[in-house]
Design a protein around this ligand. Sequence first.
Ligand SMILES: [Zn+2]
Length: 339
Amino acid sequence: MFYHTRFLARLVLFAATTLFALTTAQAHNGRKIVLPVDKVKGGLSVMVLGSGGPVATSKRVSTGYLIFTDGTPRILMDAGGGVFQRIGKSGAKIGGIEHIIFTHLHMDHDGALTPILAMSFFHNMAAGTVRNTPYRFAGPSANAISPFPSTSGYLNGLFSPDGGLERYLAGFPPALGAGTFTFETQDISADTALPMSTVFSDADGLVVKAIAVNHGPVPALAYRIEYKGKSLVYSGDTTSKTDNVIALAQNTDLLIYDTAILDDTPAPFINLHTTPTRIGEVAVASGAKKLLLSHITGITEPHLHSIKHTIREQGFSGPLKVAHDLQVINLHMKGKIHH
Ligand SMILES: [Zn+2]
């Protein structure tokens, strides 16, 4: 009991110190610093947390996107290495995040999950909020040809109170006075022969749909997020060998695409990712209004100009940009997609 009280006292001190640090950082030289989260405006918005692949660079960390509705962060889509730091830098407070969805379970899409969850507990404590609703996870099922677990198998392996390797994490929210950590998981079939399905449909009109995509042997999904008449689609990592991204991305306002390889990149990557020519074909065939190239790798970083040219050659004529970390795109606001 004594230990418990002392632990709580230390936590309160830690929280007070952290809040002080945040306050001083935002008033640098007497000017208010505009944080990425301050750029989020109205309706449906997406913040690019990580626009890179499995190798972090000076300007890109691994994959992650934060989805906001009416300025509130609702969905974390992928949580690769570095995304933890980008959330901190963005100024977004994720204590109320409802959904965490995975395209697949490669480390550059899930490696930062545990620290992000811990951060969400601390955000609740700092805000004085108590969270007792479950985190709602979704991701691909397992398949017969790869060693990947199902998403529920992965999460239970980490967090199950009954033997999960990181089960200690459930002790954090009660110790912080911030609620409890519980979660639900949906495994979505990784069978690319199946049509798109609805993952969840919230009472306020936020809808997430998914379809399985080919990422070599890896069970993988692409997602479509809809809110108040606007939508965005994220390809996840895929070869786009099937037409599934085309089906999912019909007339979407924003298509975010895996841009990891060139047309002449050899195996193994050609069997895992989409060529620029195919990105252009998919963008045209889907009727996507805007295209954002992301998951930029060491292969594509030096060739972004020619990649855009190749995509244009396929007939895509809408706005076409390269993502950067902490970029915010407000789907309900008119104008450019680049901030
Ligand atoms: Zn990846």
